[in-house]
Ligand binder design. Structure first.
Ligand code: SAM
Ligand code: DTB
Ligand code: SF4
Length: 341
């Protein structure tokens, strides 16, 4: 069971001060009602829950690195790395370990406390490449950073091996609601995704699981996604909220950008439904103004990816992010692990 509680120290208009429980018995109707709350109320409620569980000024900086780019056999309609689409992303071999460790060191020097390595794989195979990834995990972990990987589907044994190598978290997104899922991906099922999440959890690795908005889904699909996440036996410790980066050559290249209000609703609903999670303002930040990002932090986002690139697409300017932190009075979250080297 997910557990924990905190007393709200602010009074919400029309509500008595009360204890906010970490619940995993949310109903669909409850999540829908939160999602559709008038925006000003929603942001205030989310901000209040955020403050009851987290330091609202602390925002974790994370760095992404694509360790194996492109040529992926899956057909995720949003993804520039799928081999099914002509996007101009070149297929590359797995990076060597030294390159990865050097990138992690630079990320740490730049203030990142979490290093996330992504591979464009359908699933993990028990081969020399996986052994190499285990080594990368070991070395990055030894640098005192949280270390996360996203490698596609995973069985229980592989999850245990990653745990033994020192992995902190595994990213595996449900992406959207179950009803809409097969409009976006046909090469694997929602059930497959849930199975991997279960394997990660059983191995004692923290779960990083969120989704994307702007795929053409309805508000109901977004509610479905959050409902699935917040009714897992344990909430994901980390919930990335991505806005689609529409990439030329993918089936979703013509999608209209989402409005910031949809992003704010998603973040706020995730924050209220999963109070203890790190809610990460992820892809799509590059198209948002500073004021729009500020709304997302107010609504409960407490992490961003910094650095010039996400995996294959461009991200915000590092110095501008630094200025944003100064302007908003945000402080980078301190490392959660002890630095060994
Ligand atoms: N192959 C692995 C997998 O699918 O789990 C790992 C890499 S995959 C790129 C990680 C996540 O990035 C996806 O689940 C999706 O949520 C997000 N993502 C990929 N392309 C995106 C895009 N164009 N815009 C926004 N988010 C995207
Ligand atoms: C997540 O939810 N977002 C990050 C991370 N998990 C791996 C990835 C975003 C990728 C955006 C498209 C790209 O740069 O290729
Ligand atoms: Fe492959 Fe992951 Fe991209 Fe899907 S999202 S095509 S699984 S890299």
């Amino acid at each position: 069971m997910t557990s924990g509680s905190a007393t709200l120290n602010t009074t919400i208009y029309g509500e008595a001060p009360h204890t906010v429980l970490v619940r995993n018995d949310w109903t669909q109707a409850e999540i829908a009602s939160i999602y559709h709350t008038p925006l000003m109320d929603l942001m205030y409620r989310a901000a209040s829950v955020h403050r009851a569980f987290h330091n609202p000024l602390a925002v974790q900086q994370c760095t992404l690195l694509s360790i194996k780019t492109g040529g992926c056999p899956e057909d995720c309609g949003y993804c520039p790395q799928s081999a099914h689409y002509e996007t101009g992303v070149q297929s590359e071999k797995l990076l060597n370990t030294d390159t990865v460790v050097t990138a992690a060191r630079l990320a740490r020097e730049g203030g990142s406390t979490r290093f996330c390595m992504g591979a464009a794989w359908r699933d993990v195979k028990d081969n020399a490449q996986f052994d190499q990834v285990l080594d990368m995990v070991k070395q990055v972990g030894a640098m005192g950073m949280e270390v996360c990987v996203t490698l596609g589907m995973l069985n229980q044994d592989q999850a245990h091996r990653l745990k033994d190598a020192g992995l902190t978290a595994y990213n595996h997104n449900l992406d959207t609601g179950e009803q809409f899922y097969d409009k976006i991906i046909s090469t694997r099922t929602y059930k497959d995704r849930l199975e991997t999440l279960k394997n990660v959890r059983i191995a004692g690795i923290n779960v990083c699981c969120g989704g994307i908005i702007g795929l053409g889904e309805t508000a109901e699909d977004r509610v479905d996604l959050i409902h699935t996440l917040c009714t897992l036996p344990e909430h994901p410790e980390s919930v990335p909220v991505n806005a689609l980066v529409a990439v030329k050559g993918t089936p979703l290249e013509e999608q209209q950008p989402v409005e910031v209000w949809q992003m704010v609703r998603m973040i706020a609903t995730a924050r209220i439904a999963m109070p203890k999670a790190m809610v990460r303002l992820s892809a799509g930040r590059v198209s948002m103004s500073l004021a729009e990002q500020a709304l997302c932090f107010f609504a409960g986002a407490n992490s961003i990816f910094t650095g010039e690139k996400l995996l294959t697409t461009s991200n915000c300017d590092f110095d501008e992010d630094k200025q944003m932190f100064e302007l908003l009075g945000l402080e980078p979250l301190e490392p959660l692990r002890t630095v060994v080297v």
